[in-house]
Design a binder for this molecule. Structure first.
Ligand code: GTP
Ligand code: MG
Length: 458
């Protein structure tokens, strides 16, 4: 078990050669450690540096007294620091040797090497931030596009936490009404009470619904929208992948069955991270390798958020096309007619006439913009949505869904005329899920799991 009051240290900048590296120290002894290893210019000690100010000097090896590097140090007194504890930061010249030697000197003075995410974990345990904000810190580091970054920033600023707080207030108010009814059964207030509880639950439900919608979109900003390119062999799927990622990534030939494995690449479409997946053309085949490829294509279809069905505009529509389309019935599909640079076969246009197809050429890239626009639309992103996005992660999305389910149960029970105190159980379940999101009620194992994903020094 780690001791929360001990002093921890880590290199907070990336490993390798860099202009500057940062060693961070947090805990009760942080300033004591610094007093031992810092020598300011003109004999100034670390103690003499004011809060939130920088000092210029050198760090020495406590064992030999030798200077390790020239540094800038900063001082952040508890409780107004990142962790809520005393924090000192040492900016030294980049490079492994000097940075490691400084860290070693810090450890020699009694600090302990921090675990991944331990600084942020302390910020959470000390009540500086809630769990939603702690997770946002990680998502800021991991952000794939500017929109992902913005959404994580919104969460760090506490937007999601505020929304959750409002819902929690509705629910606790509802519980209070129910409590009055139980404590004073002699008063005939039941009807008015039912009414009040109804209204409060409806308000909570509508807020939760919006959150749930945003959470699904948020997951896309965090993890990327999965878009699979599907169609018969030679339709031009691989050429389309290359066109979208702007690079000759997949092999393109006029031999049907060129792509055997799935190939995926992240791209940024209007700030939305999109994972584009090229698949093997689907057909019945006796070739062992191609068969495996086709099976994989079918799996990818299952996992995809959006499927791009590519029809080959240079050839007549075939039964194979129908067979593939039949497999896409439950999916969100954007229909494409490829090879618009040559004459499009009328049978293809006719078959897809009611599907609002995008007509494009993977070769000349004509129509590509329209396709990108459609992908963004299909995913449910508009400027406003992006601005308000909170990018809930998978853990949060699951808990929001759970909270919504409990709440719906409560509403149903209430409208079925169940005794209100039974509804109380549903409301408490709902609240419990919400508390788990912000970390007001969450097991140590879950906390450990969340912070284990953080990088060292954060
Ligand atoms: N004229 C024209 N030819 C294209 C276009 N897109 C692809 N092709 C040609 O169509 C053939 C097949 O292209 P690929 O991208 O390999 O097709 P695929 O769908 O990946 O095929 P498999 O991997 O076999 O399933 C190649 O000869 C390409 O040059 C296009 O927009 N216009
Ligand atoms: Mg291919």
């Amino acid at each position: 078990m780690e001791n929360r009051t001990d002093t921890i240290a880590a290199i907070s900048s990336a490993m390798g050669l860099s202009g500057i590296s940062i060693v961070r120290i947090s805990g009760q002894e942080a300033f004591v450690v610094m007093q031992k290893i810092y020598r300011g210019v003109k004999g100034k000690t670390f103690e003499e540096i004011k809060n939130k100010q920088l000092g210029y000097g050198h760090i020495v090896d406590v064992r030999t007294g030798n200077i390790i590097d020239e540094v800038l140090v900063s001082k952040h007194r508890a409780p107004y620091s990142y962790t809520g504890e005393d924090i000192a930061e040492i900016n030294c010249h980049g490079g492994q040797v000097a940075t490691q030697a400084i860290l070693q000197s810090v450890l020699d003075c009694g600090a302990r090497l921090a675990e991944g995410g331990e600084f942020t974990k302390r910020a959470f345990l000390n009540g500086r931030i809630d769990l939603v904000q702690a997770e946002a810190v990680m998502d800021i580091i991991d952000a794939k596009t500017r929109a992902s970054l913005q959404a994580a920033q919104n969460r760090l600023k506490g937007h999601l936490s505020d929304e959750l707080k409002e819902i929690k207030t509705y629910l606790t108010d509802a519980l209070a009404y129910i409590g009055v009814g139980i404590e004073y059964p002699e008063y005939d207030i039941e009807e008015a009470q039912d009414e009040a509880v109804f209204t409060l639950l409806a308000k909570a439900e509508s807020k939760l619904q919006t959150l749930q919608k945003n959470a699904v979109r948020g997951k896309i900003l965090n993890e990327g929208l999965k878009v699979a390119i599907v169609g018969k062999p030679n339709a031009g799927k691989s050429m389309l992948l290359n066109a979208l990622i702007n690079r000759e990534r997949a092999i393109v030939t006029d031999i049907a069955g060129t792509t055997r494995d799935t190939i995926s690449e992240y791209i940024n479409i209007r700030q939305i991270p999109v994972l584009i997946i090229d698949t093997a053309g689907i057909r019945s085949t006796e070739d062992v390798i191609e068969k495996i490829g086709v099976a994989r294509s079918l799996e990818v279809i299952e996992e995809a958020d959006i499927v791009l069905f590519v029809a080959d505009g240079s050839r007549a529509w075939e039964e194979q096309d129908d067979e593939i389309c039949a497999r896409l019935k439950t999916k969100r599909v954007i229909y494409l007619i490829n090879k618009s640079d040559i004459k499009i076969h009328p049978s293809v246009e006719e078959r897809l006439s009611n599907k609002n197809p995008v007509i494009l050429s993977a070769r000349t890239k004509e129509g590509l913009e329209e396709l990108e626009e459609k992908i963004v639309q299909e995913a449910g992103f508009s400027e406003e949505v992006l601005a308000a996005a909170l990018s809930a992660n998978a853990r949060q999305e699951e808990l929001i869904a759970k909270a919504a389910a409990s709440l719906r149960n409560g509403q149903e029970n209430l409208s079925r005329g169940m005794v209100v105190d039974l509804v109380e159980i549903d409301i408490r379940d709902c609240l419990e899920s919400l508390y788990q999101i912000t970390g007001q009620s969450v097991g140590e194992d879950i906390i450990d799991r969340i912070f284990a994903n953080f990088c060292l020094g954060k």
